[in-house]
Design a protein around this ligand. Structure first.
Ligand code: SF4
Length: 381
């Protein structure tokens, strides 16, 4: 089944490390953008019907990502979900995720999002240390993040995820583990751990230089990751992907499509789509996107049919992110390629080093292997 991704490119302030497709919130622009989103979703539904013998495409996940989707009004979220359900055949047991920043919600607002059809929240908590949050120029405090999770529970959400960032400037291992323990105390259903990447032109880079903050050595970062995973697993959150842990049955169904060779349609500026071996990307600039939709022109700017080797490479590259790894037999059936015969020579050294396991038809990274995942995956691309 398809995943539907909706991009919301607005933020109340721009964080000093951010490299996403986003801009400052503007109420007028947001209202026009929501209209464009609804129109794009409806046009895509009609187009899919016209090109697949009148069949309505079936979807089972809707994911609002950003930016800060929780800056939209609950009525706007409801309208967009309604556009999805009227344009596609969306499964009754759909997963509908809203990314939310802690400072942008109240219990009443969260309850209204739930009424609108959202059934999963993903909070951008990042840290439970106020000094670290300020260093990242985030607008919320640790207390606000804790309150937001409590408000979500009180509003009836039984599927709450938390994003955390590690390897922050000036962060010691003990600081990071205090955030991890604080997150565990909030009893989330799902946690995503991201390593901070400081891009060459990120304002944070200058801030770090002025304040003489640096990121911990690589070995410490590896220990931060490994220890965090152990603590999260001890708390009942099983790792299922390099950066993600979840309680049983609470894995992100939407994100799993990206890692299991699935298909998805992306709506909004800069959104990516992959379907039937074709990948495309919408124009990035918000105004350009609205303008194209208003004259019923396609917002896609980069449409590419993937070669068989690219599709295979992507399936292997993303599949290896999963703790369960890749089913080589399934790959052989789908792509007609004996992966071990083609890549085994290069992969054997990773097996010998204890970074990769090749057992029967399974191929998976060990936790040590996850620390050097990019080196292993480079074999496939
Ligand atoms: S809230 Fe998220 S998307 Fe917005 S600027 Fe900060 S990091 Fe970027």
């Amino acid at each position: 089944m398809l995943g539907l991704y909706i991009h919301v490119p607005f933020c109340s302030a721009i964080c000093n490390y951010c490299n996403f497709n986003r801009g400052l919130f503007d109420a007028d622009l947001k209202a026009r953008y929501v209209e464009a989103l609804v129109a794009e979703i409806e046009q895509a539904g009609l187009k899919a019907c016209a090109t697949s013998d009148g069949d309505v495409l079936v979807a089972d996940t809707i994911y609002f990502g950003g930016g800060t989707p929780s800056l939209l009004e609950p009525e706007e979220i409801a309208r967009i979900i309604e556009a999805c359900t009227s344009s596609f055949d969306v499964a009754d047991d759909r997963e509908v995720t809203l990314e939310a920043n802690p400072e942008s919600v109240t219990q009443a607002r969260l309850a209204a999002f739930r009424t609108a059809g959202v059934n999963r929240l993903s909070f951008g908590v990042q840290s439970l240390n106020d000094a670290e949050l300020q260093r990242l120029s985030r607008l919320h405090s640790a207390a606000r993040a804790r309150d937001a999770v409590a408000e979500a529970r009180a509003a009836g959400f039984d599927n709450v995820s938390i994003d955390l960032m590690m390897w922050l400037p000036g962060q010691r291992t003990s600081d990071w583990l205090a955030t991890v323990d604080g997150a565990i105390a909030l009893a989330p259903d799902h946690v995503s751990l991201y390593l901070l990447e400081v891009y060459p032109n990120a304002p944070l880079k200058e801030v770090m230089a002025r304040a003489h903050w640096s990121q911990a050595p690589d070995d410490d970062a590896a220990a931060m990751y490994t220890t965090a995973m152990e603590r999260l697993e001890d708390a009942g959150l099983r790792q299922y992907e390099i950066s993600n842990v979840a309680r049983p049955g609470r894995q992100s169904r939407h994100n799993l499509k990206y890692w299991t060779d699935g298909e998805w349609l992306g709506f909004g500026c800069g959104a990516h789509s992959t379907r039937e071996g074709v990948r495309w990307k919408n124009v990035s600039a918000t105004e350009d996107y609205i303008e194209r939709i208003s004259r019923r022109a396609s917002p896609a700017v980069d449409v590419r049919r993937l070669s068989p080797d690219e599709r295979l490479g992507d399936a292997l590259f993303t599949g290896l992110r999963l703790v369960d790894g890749i089913d080589l037999n399934a790959i052989d059936i789908r792509y007609g390629v004996d992966v071990w015969a083609r890549f085994g020579g290069e992969l054997q050294s990773f097996v010998d080093a204890g970074c990769l396991r090749h057992e029967g038809d399974g191929l998976r990274l060990t936790r040590e292997g996850m620390l050097i995942a990019h080196e292993v995956m480079a074999v496939f691309v």
